[in-house]
Ligand binder design. Structure first.
Ligand code: SAH
Length: 284
């Protein structure tokens, strides 16, 4: 009989853990920005005529949140990434701040650190990928959209390397993150441990079943998509809550789906085409 999955708190001291794990080297390839410091360059190509990213208040807020001192090189690269993402349309200040703060290069293989701040998905092992930052940002914005107060509990399906969980930890009160592959569950635990986040529970388990022990959730976000949205997720969504997930509602055509649980029932909105890894059942 399988034991019940236990929430893992990466903040709990682990005497067996090495005091620090090897840090990928920086500076990395600087994707078209100057290497000298955390300067925000104006983004001139802005066909919509909207405010340039350099003057965008969210960018100023993101810049203010970036730590200085150690890690300055990577914070400049991250900030440049945020400027590009804002120019592409991301606008939620807290999401941009989180993207500016979380060190994506720590979540990918050391051979890939050069690409960590490009808008590209990257392999994380066991045939899985970390989504590109614009897609992660888009999903987080959808999750937070229309909320005045911070979200309470959020369920993440597909922990992967833990990058999105680290972003969520900055945006919501409590994160329950499920991963079905033990190797990635452990990798995420190792990646998150040095960040000392207090509000992420990593759980090895089948996300198709949700995680009833943490329910009801104010938000559910999935990084893997099946042919439909599992009913268990809808059951575990709190009234007023929102689910953001990919699903292939038509064969071979995966789209981003938003489901709001309103007083009148569930309201589904089908958004743009996306390409997420498949949602699978069972743990492995
Ligand atoms: N948010 C992740 C993205 C990981 S990719 C990150 O930031 O890295 C999607 C993940 O979903 C994969 O790790 C895959 O193993 C996982 N997955 C697929 N089906 C699942 C299921 N039923 N339950 C839990 N995780 C699942």
């Amino acid at each position: 009989m399988n034991p019940l999955p236990q929430p893992y708190k990466p903040t709990s001291p682990d005497p067996a853990a090495p005091s620090s794990r090897p840090r990928p080297a920086f500076p990395v390839r600087l994707a078209g920005i100057g290497a000298s410091g955390p300067t925000v360059r104006p983004v001139s190509a802005n066909p919509s005529g909207a405010m340039t990213a350099a003057r965008h208040p969210a960018i100023a807020a993101a810049a203010a949140s970036v730590p200085t001192g150690l890690g300055l090189d990577s914070s400049a690269v991250r900030q440049a990434m945020v400027v590009r993402l804002a120019a592409q349309g991301l606008s939620h200040p807290a999401v941009l701040q989180a993207l500016a703060a979380v060190e994506r290069h720590r979540f990918v293989d050391s051979a890939l650190v050069n690409q960590a701040y490009e808008d590209t998905s990257l392999p994380i092992g066991l045939g899985q990928t970390i989504s590109k930052p614009s897609v992660v940002g888009r999903m987080l914005e959808l999750l937070l959209e229309g909320r005045d107060s911070p979200l309470g509990r959020v369920l993440e399906i597909g922990t992967g390397c833990g990058y999105q969980a680290a972003l969520l930890a900055r945006l919501v009160r409590e994160v329950y993150s499920l991963e079905r592959l033990r190797g990635l569950h452990e990798k995420a635990r190792d990646n998150l441990r040095p960040l000392r986040v207090h509000n992420v529970h990593l759980i090895l388990g089948d996300g198709m079943l949700g995680y009833p022990r943490g329910a009801a959730y104010d938000g559910i976000v999935a990084a893997a998509g099946g042919d439909s949205i599992p009913l268990t997720w809808l059951d575990q969504l709190a009234p007023g809550g929102r689910l953001v997930a990919p699903a292939a509602l038509a064969p071979g055509r995966q789209s981003l789906i938003v489901v709001d649980r309103t007083a009148q029932g569930f309201v589904r909105t089908v958004l743009e085409a996306v390409h997420f890894v498949p949602l699978k059942s069972g743990i492995a």
